[in-house]
Design a protein around this ligand. Structure first.
Ligand code: NI
Length: 157
C-alpha cells in the first residue's frame, strides 16, 4: 500500500463528475488499498477517488471502526435530518455545519463487483453523503450553513 497525494480545493478534479467503475481488476484493488492508507495517514473518516486525482466512482470510509469500500455508490433512500460540523481532507482546517439526512441506505458494488446495500445512521450516513457528493463534484463548503464565515476568511470554492 502506498499513500497518494490529496488534492486541495482549487484543483479542478474536485469539481468534475466521476465515471462509473466497470473493471474490477488489480488496478482497482491497488487504488482502493492506496486510498485506505491515504485516509488513515491523514486521520480521515472517508476519502473519495477524485481527492487523489482519480475521476472514478470509488469511496472508502471508516466510521465507528468499520472500514467500508463503496464502488459506484448510489443513495437509494434517505430519511430525517441531522446537523453537525464537517471537515474535509481537501479543504484544510475549516469546519462547518451541514444538514444531512439522519439515515440513508446506499447501494454499491464491492471490490469484486458484487452488489450490496448498507444502511447507516448519523455519522455513517453523513460520511457516505459527503463522499458521494465528491463523486459529483460537490464539496461540503457548497452546502455548509457557515459558508459566509468560510468565504470571509478567504476560503476558495
Ligand atoms: Ni471530503
Amino acid at each position: 500500500m502506498a499513500t497518494r497525494k490529496v488534492v486541495l480545493v482549487g484543483d479542478k478534479s474536485l469539481r468534475k463528475v466521476s465515471k462509473p467503475v466497470k473493471e474490477f481488476d488489480e488496478g482497482l484493488w491497488q487504488l482502493l488499498d492506496d486510498m485506505k492508507s491515504t485516509m488513515y495517514a491523514n486521520d480521515g473518516m472517508g476519502l473519495a477517488a477524485p481527492q487523489v486525482g482519480v475521476l472514478r466512482r470509488i469511496v472508502v470510509i471508516d466510521v465507528n471502526n468499520m472500514f467500508v469500500e463503496l464502488i459506484n455508490p448510489e443513495i437509494i433512500s434517505s430519511e430525517g435530518k441531522d446537523i453537525e460540523q464537517e471537515g474535509c481532507l481537501s479543504i484544510g482546517s475549516f469546519r462547518g455545519r451541514v444538514e444531512r439526512p439522519y439515515k440513508i441506505t446506499v447501494k454499491a458494488d464491492d471490490r469484486y463487483g458484487y452488489p450490496f446495500t448498507l444502511t447507516g445512521e448519523k455519522w455513517l450516513a453523513r460520511c457516505i453523503c459527503h463522499e458521494v457528493d465528491h463523486l459529483n463534484g460537490i464539496l461540503f463548503i457548497d452546502k455548509t450553513l457557515d459558508k459566509e464565515k468560510y468565504l470571509k476568511q478567504g476560503g476558495k470554492l
